[in-house]
Ligand binder design. Structure first.
Ligand code: ADP
Length: 478
């Protein structure tokens, strides 16, 4: 039987362009599937992507897309990277910006146009070559299932993955002409959302199947607390909704081979050398004090208010806390002020891949007080680098971190500390509990060592995606 032909569509893919976890998934899932499927990845060719470094070559293929009575020229570019074939879509408004979607405070004013071009370009690719499955990700490629309604000659089936329901691609109705979609789709059961355009709804309505990036998140988004206004619409389509937990790129995040860290390690005493080097670099002091780390976007979602309260509670105490991230100015200012005042707090307001690896390799505990978390990768990265994550029991964090109190050497899961309620006192109590656990050296080491041995790779989840592709295609590929 021939291999499944899959077009994996994403607006960001590591290492070409990354703003968050989607880029990691779009990099590592196709790689995990490439032996089983004939898979190609398509993404926008942003201006800042280093064409030379990645040997991205212009293809002879080009076409134009007509939106709002204007013609947009599209050129196709290609490369092969780590054995995966990549297609890049280049077109003026999509490709001429300094960032992916906008600055930290504001999205670009022509994003509905930019990503409509991306979606229409995907349809052109589906016309040029036969693909069994188009695997779409987040709002930036969510129009494709709807556009396929107008191309019944194409037999491509669609799987849509929601990486974060909070980002829906909402635009005012007066931008409708940017979409190149007939106005009869502007209804409650398709694109309309309280008078606005909602890209995500197009995929929920018309994709053959929908996944979220963890099983628990697939359940949570059916409730008003986590549904971001789409809970009713999702409930209506829930027969095609399920969750598959993200995996880690076990090559990129591998303590024993990681070239970005001070010293690759296979045990906790070698890890200590990384901690020592990091403390020196950051100016933090006390190798025997537990090192707590936060790495991520400084947004409400990531529980930054809880983190700020915890920093105040543990300022000048007997633990070290290091933070790496950029985002809301109100949090970065508050963290900056706390770090300046207290010697046990260090804050780097940056996006820095290499530094993040060094911190994972040094931390004893990772802080993840997310208010909601579709999957989360950091908790898994930290466990594979021999740390214990402290997480709010929500979304994918609940699926991927088991309580250290139920530790079993033979289990396949990783362990950390979970707190139930998203409030500062619960989070602070969890950190105090972690402090105590750290003092019980033998127990702490046993769990940290176990975490390092757990398989967080894509092996299991890639198989689940493959099974789902086959299920979507029905008998033909069963
Ligand atoms: P998100 O909600 O941002 O997608 P995830 O936990 O799914 O969160 O993925 C975050 C990814 O981005 C991880 O690989 C994490 O290490 C990385 N990351 C986040 N912020 C930073 C930063 N400031 N510097 C380096 N890496 C970061």
């Amino acid at each position: 039987m021939s291999k499944l032909r899959v077009l994996f569509c994403a607006s960001e893919v590591y290492p070409f362009a990354k703003s968050g976890g989607l880029a990691d998934v779009a990099h590592s899932l196709p790689r995990a599937l490439k032996d089983e499927c004939d898979i190609e990845v398509v993404m926008p060719l942003y201006k800042f992507i280093d064409k030379e470094k990645f040997n991205i070559q212009k293809d002879s293929m080009s076409f134009s897309i007509c939106l709002r009575k204007e013609t947009f020229e599209v050129t196709i570019h290609r490369t092969i990277f780590e054995g995966v074939s990549y297609i890049f879509i280049a077109s003026e408004p999509l490709s001429n910006k300094d960032y992916l979607y906008g600055t930290a405070t504001e999205g670009y004013s022509d994003n509905s146009l930019r990503f409509s071009i991306f979606n229409h370009a995907i349809i052109e690719l589906l016309k040029m070559k036969v693909y069994d499955i188009a695997h779409l990700n987040d709002w930036q490629s969510a129009l494709v299932p709807l556009l396929l309604q107008e191309h019944k000659e194409l037999e491509t089936k669609t799987l849509f993955t929601i990486h974060n329901l909070a980002y829906q691609g909402l635009f005012p109705y007066d931008e409708y002409a940017n979409l190149g979609i007939d106005s009869h789709y502007f209804t409650m059961d398709a694109l309309e959302f309280y008078g606005q355009i909602n890209f995500l709804k197009a995929a929920i309505a018309y994709a053959n199947n929908i996944t979220t990036v963890s099983p628990n998140y697939a359940i949570e988004i059916l409730t008003p607390e986590f549904g971001v206004g789409l809970e009713g619409f999702l409930a209506y389509h829930k027969h095609k909704l399920s969750g598959i937990l993200n995996g880690l790129d076990s090559k990129h995040f591998c303590a024993s081979t990681d070239e970005l860290i001070y010293k690759p390690f296979t045990n906790l005493s070698e890890k200590k050398e990384n901690k020592k080097a990091y403390l020196k670099e950051s100016g933090l002091r006390g190798i025997n004090k537990p090192l707590f780390a936060f790495i991520g976007r400084l947004t409400e979602q990531k529980g930054m208010q809880l983190l700020e309260d915890a920093l105040e509670a543990f300022a000048s105490s007997n633990i070290n806390i290091t933070l790496l991230g950029e985002g809301d100015a109100k949090f970065s200012k508050a963290f900056e002020a706390l770090a300046t005042k207290h010697k046990n707090i260090y804050f780097e307001a940056a996006y820095n891949e290499a530094l993040s690896h060094k911190i994972y390799a040094s931390a004893d505990f990772l802080l993840m007080p997310s208010l909601f978390e579709p999957c989360g990768l950091n908790q898994m990265i930290s466990m594979s680098y021999g740390a214990l994550p402290i997480v709010h029991k929500v979304g994918g964090l609940k699926d991927s971190v088991k309580s250290y109190k139920r530790f079993s050497k033979t289990a396949k899961s990783g362990y950390g500390l979970l707190f139930n309620k998203a409030n500062s006192s619960a989070f602070i109590n969890a950190i105090k509990e972690a402090q105590k656990l750290y003092e019980e050296k033998r127990t702490y080491n046993l769990i940290a060592k176990h975490n390092m041995s757990v398989d967080f790779s894509w092996n299991k989840s890639a198989k689940e995606y493959l099974a789902l592709y086959k299920q979507i295609l029905g008998a033909k590929h069963a």
